[in-house]
Design a protein around this ligand. Sequence first.
Ligand code: PNS
Length: 164
Amino acid sequence: MNKRVAICPGSFDCITLGHLDIISRAAAMFDEIIVVAMNNQQKKYTFSEEERVDMIKKSTADIKNVSVDLYDGLLAEYAAKKGACAIIKGLRAMSDFEYEFQMALTNKKLNPRVETVFLTTSAQNMYLSSSMVKQIASMGGDISDFVPPVILSDILKKLSPKHN
Ligand code: PNS
C-alpha cells in the first residue's frame, strides 16, 4: 500500500512547543510527515531560512517518521510534488480560523488531491505564538516553557540582551 504522506507547513520563525505538539500528533496519524519551512509574504522573518530549518531539525530529531525541508513556492505545488494526501494545520482560537479556512480552500482549488486537516491545539498552547516567544526573549524573559529545550540557546543567542 502507498505510504500516506502529510505536510506540516509553516513559517517556524521560531518553532515552538505548540508546533512540536501538532507535528508529533500528526506523526502518529500518518506514515510520513514532512515539516516544511516556507515563506509567508506578509511576514518579515527574524531567523534565516537555514536557521529555521536547523531549529526544526533539532526539535524533531527524536520523531522517526518526520523529515524537514525548505520550500520557497506554493504549498499546493509542494504537496503535489511530494505526493502528499494532507496538509496539517494547528488551530488555536477562532481568530486563526478565517485565514486558515481561506488558505485551505485556495490550496484545495490549486491541488484537489490534497486535504487540509486541522488539529486543535492542546489547551496549554492556546496562547502560544512564535512572535510572543520572540518578544519575551528580546526583553530578557524566560522562554523555557515555550520552546523545545534543544533550541533554547539558539533563540537566546540571537535575541536575548542577557545572552553573551
Ligand atoms: O506559520 P505561518 O506563517 O502561519 O505559515 C503560513 C504559510 C507559510 C504556511 C503560508 O503562508 C504558505 O502556505 N505559504 C506558501 C505560499 C503559498 O502557497 N501561498 C498561498 C497559500 S493559500
